[in-house]
Design a protein around this ligand. Structure first.
Ligand code: XIL
Length: 480
């Protein structure tokens, strides 16, 4: 297990050391709020978290575990207080595709159908992550891993197509240390390179154009932290190059003393890039008024920024929390409202109506992707010092997506040019990690200034979406 990978318990380890402010003692319990109906007359305070958030056009959600749905108090609290849900584990890769190509949706479906029957928003969590990933995935070759990733995205998103408000497409890809922009080393970076994030987002847009696509991470709560800036730069770059992304998820696993003073500024600076911000896994270790103050500040920071569209707490009750020792949630083990609950409710009720609703996503026109069944890479002969292979990574009626791998031979390559001829009128609609020139059916793609150098035996990739019938023409690679 690498330095940054989390243990099977999902990573309590990283919380150690930041949770020292937990003060032993009775939890503040202020259970005096009267329940009101979900529709609230203008000017009146709402009596539940969901209804209070809805007044300013936001949602208030909870992570829910299917395994606890037999606890009637759990479901009653969920139904009464929350108008959104994130399945806590049920949509993760190990739950949905435990062995290659064999998908299971029973537990996730249970949460989704309940949520739908109550008209709740559903956040999908998560498609591409280094944790809770079955071991078969780590054993794949590069091209198998790429098609497994795209197939997983297509199948899981396809199963829930039209039902999901926002998907955490990629989770926790950035490293906790290192220079700004450093990704954590994982099977994804090791085999697909840093471009895996972009590939996942492009595949996700095609798989369900109606879902907002989020990048989700922890420790990106401080506006000036280098991890935050790495994510900020990535989103800025995606926006500049037209890579589909609609939102950033701040997990916000916090403790009473650790809400950064620039937390609101952080939300605002992400929003200024043209993405929604969602607080996706909020829990705050602590108790009493210190915990309530932290929750209040987080809530106010979100409601102060129009594009902060909602908050999800990572569980309903302290007794089932993944950090139960930190008592980090809004309801204690008896489902009694804590002081933090009242702080959140009051802050939501004090929010001014959200006047700038976020624009809808701009989906690509391709609405019916079909999983790529068997990509057959076409390899070029080695001319010069590089070779190239093209494969179809996604296709839909009238269009497709391809990845081209450019590989150096026994010597390093400095600059490369890949060429091919379309067999049947295809045309590139969007290309990344390369610069193209097109003449009739002939396509020439050269390296960008950041991916021209390839070490001996290594590779880089570029990709594109195209109109027409999926094709894998022969490609040649030359290096000056
Ligand atoms: C946690 C769950 O809460 C636990 O039940 C599970 O054992 C491990 O995962 N970041 C995430 C969440 O994105 O999926 C994690 O959830 C918590 C950290």
């Amino acid at each position: 297990m690498g330095e940054n990978s989390l243990p099977a318990d999902g990573g309590r380890r990283r919380l150690v050391g930041t949770r020292r402010l937990l003060v032993a003692g009775a939890l503040g319990v202020l259970g005096t709020v009267t329940a009101l109906s979900a529709s609230v007359p203008a000017g009146a305070a709402a009596g539940t978290l969901g209804a209070a958030a809805a007044q300013s056009g936001r949602y208030y959600g909870a992570a829910i575990a299917a395994g606890h749905m037999s606890d009637s108090a759990y479901v009653a609290t969920w139904d009464r207080e929350f108008n959104a849900v994130t399945p806590e584990n049920e949509m993760k890769w190990d739950a949905t595709e435990p062995s290659r190509g064999s998908f299971r949706f029973t537990s996730a479906d249970q949460i989704v159908s309940h949520a739908q029957s109550k008209g709740m928003k559903i956040r999908g969590h998560t498609l591409v992550w280094h944790n809770q990933l079955p071991s078969w995935v780590s054993g794949l070759s590069t091209s198998d891993l790429r098609s497994a990733m795209v197939n997983h995205i297509n199948t899981v998103m396809g199963h829930y197509k039209g039902k999901i408000y926002a998907w955490d497409v990629v989770n926790e890809a950035f490293a906790d240390g290192g220079a700004v922009g450093t990704l954590r080393s994982s099977v994804w970076t090791q085999k697909l390179g840093n471009g895996f994030i972009e590939e996942a987002f492009r595949a996700a847009r095609a798989a369900d154009p109606s879902a907002k696509l989020c990048y989700n991470d922890y420790n990106i709560d401080n506006a000036t932290a280098s991890k935050t800036l790495g994510v900020y730069n990535m989103i800025k770059d995606f926006k500049a190059r037209g890579v589909p992304i609609d939102c950033v998820g701040l997990q916000s696993h916090l403790s009473s003393g650790s809400v950064p003073s620039n937390y609101q500024q952080n939300i605002a600076q992400f929003a200024a890039l043209g993405v929604d911000v969602q607080i996706t896994e909020l829990d705050v270790g602590g108790s009493g008024s210190a915990q309530a103050d932290a929750y209040r500040r987080v809530t106010q920071a979100c409601t102060a920024v129009p594009r902060c569209t909602g908050i999800t707490v990572w569980g309903v009750t302290d007794k089932y929390s993944w950090r139960s020792g930190d008592t980090p949630l809004l309801f204690d083990g008896n489902y009694t409202k804590k002081q933090a609950y009242t702080a959140v409710l009051d802050a939501l009720n004090a929010a001014t109506p959200n006047t700038s609703p976020s624009p809808n996503t701009s989906p690509s026109p391709n609405t019916s992707p079909s999983p790529n069944t068997s990509p057959s890479p076409t390899r070029s002969p080695v001319t010069g010092a590089c070779s190239a292979a093209i494969e179809t990574t996604n296709s839909w009626p009238g269009g497709f997506q391809s990845t081209v791998t450019v590989r150096a031979g026994s010597a390093a390559v400095n600059g490369w040019t890949v060429k091919w001829t379309w067999p049947g009128g295809q045309s590139i609609s969007s290309l990344w990690n390369g610069t193209q020139s097109v003449s009739g059916s002939s396509v020439t793609v050269r390296n960008t200034d950041y991916n021209g150098s390839i070490a001996a035996g290594s590779s880089t990739t570029f990709g594109f979406t195209a109109n027409g019938t999926a094709a894998t023409p022969s490609v040649t690679c030359t290096s000056p």
